[in-house]
Design a protein around this ligand. Sequence first.
Ligand code: BTN
Length: 259
Amino acid sequence: MDAHTLQAALKDLPLGPLRFYETIGSTNDEALAWATDGAPDLALIVADEQTRGRGRMNRRWFTPRGTALAFSLILRPTPAERAHPAETTGLLAVSLAESLLRRGLTPLVKWPNDVLLHGRKVAGILVEAAWTGERLDALVLGLGVNVTQGAAPPPETLLFPAISVEEALGAPLERLPLLHDILAALLKWRPHVGTGALIKAWDESLAFRGQQVWVESGSGAATTGVLLRLGPDGSLLLRGEEGKSIAIRFGEVHLRPLA
Ligand code: BTN
């Protein structure tokens, strides 16, 4: 992957300007800085290697050279995205899931922002926002996909088992066509933010439906229940003890199936 092949692979998509880095700290950090510096809608940062890649809850995200897709897309929010910013995580999850389905795989989304193959994590999403005072200026949609097994960190460091697209496929995979398909799907789904259609597609890919799950919120409070579906606002609906219905709001949450 280099700037030239990347440009060529994405040339039919109506994206903003593109920045490619052979190596970078974190594409999300660079995108947040670029957003503050006036990046237009759909500006894109792609890196072949990240040395300080970040996951949710300040975890490290591994992106060794040549092993992964790591990019950040800047959105100047539409009114719908401004009203439903959390749906942009679903936007990226649905776009990746659709692109993996086209390759004969069966991805599921571990709500809110991990994508699984065979019950193991193949990709993570980190959406961050740039604010001026109370005004949402930009959303940065970061995606990391394990393409080869080299992208998966050592198992003993993981809270959830990892997999790569190539391991699931049992064959090598070209990264640029996958990137193209994810971005094309995202452009297709973007007008559906806030319409219910995107939530429906996100819901249709939900992992652990009907299973007993454990969910811990950022504040440390934990809940268990049977995972039912997504609510109309993208929250996760569980059936708790004595049939009590529980809605988990989008945010810093951990979700695990209970074996
Ligand atoms: C997670 O699973 O916790 C989210 C991982 C998000 C990783 C991507 S890789 C591209 C972008 N740049 C970062 O530093 N993080 C995101």
